[in-house]
Design a protein around this ligand. Structure first.
Ligand SMILES: NC(=O)c1ccc[n+]([C@@H]2O[C@H](COP(=O)([O-])OP(=O)(O)OC[C@H]3O[C@@H](n4cnc5c(N)ncnc54)[C@H](OP(=O)(O)O)[C@@H]3O)[C@@H](O)[C@H]2O)c1
Length: 277
């Protein structure tokens, strides 16, 4: 099986490196290209055997599963390049949330999947969100999820939940890192603890909390209850945060969803020429 990648920017290269380092794929099983070709040449220099293709057409001609790892605005140009070469038995995977399955089906005769990865996949962790076109047979899904399971927990979602699922799974690491950074900044500012020590403590805490919530049998609620004894210091802190953060996450979700709607309209306009106001 040969797996192709168009786009080896941030997420394309994370996926390639995670597939190789997890043992899911040998470099010889990968063919990749990128608009700026030096990016993919750098990967090939690190992973001997990885094949550099000089054009998008060369990739689509040479793979069974093809990951499209470009930004929404760049998507249509890539589809135009590959649509005449994409074969019905090929699996084409979009990792771009605002590009809809039906849009890809309209333009490509192949089997279509939408997979939303997360930066956490770099350490073989976190989810990959999976949406499938009806053209994907059970064995196609199994094949793709077998590959993804080396670097993540593949979780099937409905396409209408793409945005909120991506907020939690793919934007979540950045949101959580922001929260941790602010905690560290305040710790340094208020107490004089070194940034290095505060960062180490916060990072170890985050890892442990993730384990408790995934394999440790805790829910977010039960974890808070276990740490925060009534009248204690943690309980005071939680009470203050409850007041201060009131509405913050609702606003966050409104913000990401508004941006998503904007992206959906732009993609629709590029794919089908609909006017965007
Ligand atoms: N970053 C994340 O955590 C994350 C998580 C989930 C999903 N995603 C999705 O992944 C997609 C890619 O995001 P990213 O962060 O990886 O963006 P990125 O770093 O900008 O990578 C996109 C890559 O695509 C290349 N490219 C653009 N047009 C091309 C074309 N016509 N032919 C071949 N290559 C082309 C670009 O080449 P150049 O080097 O010339 O610019 C660039 O290297 C986005 O849709 C994003 O929503 C990202």
């Amino acid at each position: 099986m040969r797996v192709g990648f168009i786009g080896t920017g941030s997420m394309g290269s994370i996926l390639i490196e995670a597939f190789i380092q997890s043992g899911a794929l040998n470099p010889e099983h990968i063919v990749a290209t990128n608009r700026t070709i030096s990016k993919v040449e750098r990967l090939a220099a690190t992973y001997s055997g990885l094949k550099v293709a000089r054009s998008n057409i060369d990739v689509v001609r040479d793979c069974d599963i093809l990951f499209l790892c470009v930004k929404p605005v760049e998507f249509k140009a890539v589809i135009d390049d590959i649509k005449d070469e994409a074969a019905p038995e090929q699996i084409i995977v979009s990792i771009t949330s605002p590009v809809l399955i039906r849009q890809l089906e309209d333009l490509l005769g192949s089997k279509i999947a939408k997979i939303i990865p997360s930066i956490t996949n770099f350490v073989f962790s976190g989810a990959t969100l999976c949406v499938y076109s009806d053209r994907m047979a059970d064995e196609d899904i199994e094949r793709l999820e077998n590959l993804l399971s080396h670097i993540s927990a593949p979780i099937r979602i409905s396409e209408e939940n793409t945005r909120i699922s991506s907020d939690l799974s793919s934007c979540g690491p950045a949101f959580l890192a922001f929260f941790i950074q602010k905690f560290i900044d305040a710790s340094v500012e208020e107490t004089g603890i070194s940034r290095e020590e505060a960062t180490q403590l916060a990072s170890e805490m985050t890892l442990g909390t993730g384990k408790l919530l995934t394999t440790g049998g805790f829910s977010p609620e039960s974890l808070q209850k276990s740490v925060a004894v009534p009248g204690g210091i943690t309980a005071e802190g939680l009470h203050m945060m409850e007041k201060e953060l009131c509405g913050l996450f609702n606003n966050l979700i409104h913000t990401t969803h508004a941006k998503y709607e904007e992206d959906l309209e732009k993609v629709e306009a590029r794919f089908f020429g609909t006017k965007v106001e």
